[in-house]
Design a protein around this ligand. Structure first.
Ligand code: 13P
Ligand code: SF4
Length: 326
């Protein structure tokens, strides 16, 4: 049972998510949502949420939502004193790099990323020794220490543009091997990849995609560029999470499948009730560590504040800012 005042205050929010959250589940969320909205005002805090956050976070407590690029850009424009990053650790670090004077909280410090875990700063230094003079372009899905060893960062939304902005014939692109190969297929620049993989997107196969088309005739398939190149080659479109969302808004395909993390389809489907979403998705265990419960605790106890060694922060910030300037 929800208290009558909480029920009244949260009823308009339930309207936003009623198609994916059954009424019986709402009481479990409503109290935390109500408390978080109060805490945000008290702490002068904003919540930035990635597109892979669950609908009760994405649609009910977040102030700013988007892909990694949008979150990095918006983090710079935030006026609040406190930023809660509902996403994974590298996103919170990026927000802190761009807002060193603000408090940036991550509700669960164990919300990592298989790509960020695939490479260390020492690996980047070894790559530079192997390819002297070749610039290093680093996906934002990395630690600040790895960014600090890099010339420039990129996201899945701007990788090709950033690589071509460098005006050189060869670029080291790390750590996602598949993103690197997908970018290499679109540019004349020679790309030297690393061997990292996203544990969510590497699991999609061309066989899955063909089965999907056989089971759901006419389906339009959108794939994230962290998927294997063989999957991207057979998809109708590939783009970042924001690009996929924009594609759906622009083309309104009557039947669509997003080959990416599960919450993405839930969040986009709510904005397009007339479209049929086929959901052959994979869950990201790291994104799913963030819950209403630990967002509430983060704001109550002002934990876990992200801190970055200043010696790392300065060069890492330069690499991110250089990307944002492209
Ligand atoms: P984008 O939101 O930038 O497309 O990234 C997807 C992702 O996997 C982030 O962890
Ligand atoms: Fe990392 Fe993949 Fe999860 Fe994104 S979806 S946080 S790239 S493991």
């Amino acid at each position: 049972m929800i208290a009558a005042d909480i029920q009244a205050r949260t009823a308009p929010l339930y309207e936003r998510v009623r198609r994916v959250i059954p009424p019986v589940e709402w009481p479990a969320f409503a109290e935390d949502i109500d408390a978080i909205l109060t805490l945000k005002r008290e702490r002068r805090a904003v919540i930035l949420a990635h597109n892979y956050q669950t609908p009760e976070i994405f649609h009910c407590v977040a102030d700013i939502v988007g892909d990694s690029l949008a979150l990095a850009r918006q983090a710079m424009a935030v006026e609040a004193e406190v930023i809660v990053l509902a996403g994974v650790h590298f996103m919170a670090e990026t927000a802190k790099l761009l807002n060193p004077e603000k408090t940036v909280l991550i509700p669960d410090t164990a919300a990592g990323c298989s790509l960020a875990a695939s490479i260390t700063a020492a690996d980047v230094r070894a790559l530079r020794r192997r390819h002297p003079g070749v610039p290093v372009m680093t996906y934002v899905n990395t630690s600040a220490a790895v960014k600090a060893e890099s010339d420039i960062c990129c996201t899945s939304g701007n990788a090709r543009k950033v690589v071509e902005s460098l005006g050189v014939p060869r670029v080291i692109m790390l750590p996602d091997e598949y993103l690197a190969r997908n970018v290499a297929a679109e540019t004349q620049v020679e790309i030297i990849p690393w061997t990292g993989r996203c544990e969510v997107h590497e699991r999609f196969s061309p066989g899955d995609l063909r089965q999907l088309r056989a089971d759901h005739p006419g389906v339009v398939v959108l794939a994230h560029p962290e998927c294997p190149p063989e999957v991207v080659a057979e998809a109708d479109y590939a783009g970042s999470t924001a690009d996929m969302s924009a594609y759906v808004a622009r083309h309104a395909p009557p039947r669509v499948a997003l080959l990416t993390e599960c919450s993405m389809s839930d969040n986009v489907a709510m904005q397009h009730p007339a479209l049929e979403f086929i959901r052959p998705c994979n869950l990201c265990p790291h994104m799913k560590r963030i819950t209403l419960g630990n967002i509430r605790t983060a704001l109550e106890r002002m934990r876990h504040a992200v801190e970055i060694d200043p010696a790392i922060a300065a060069p890492a910030r330069r690499a991110v800012e250089r990307m944002l300037a492209v």
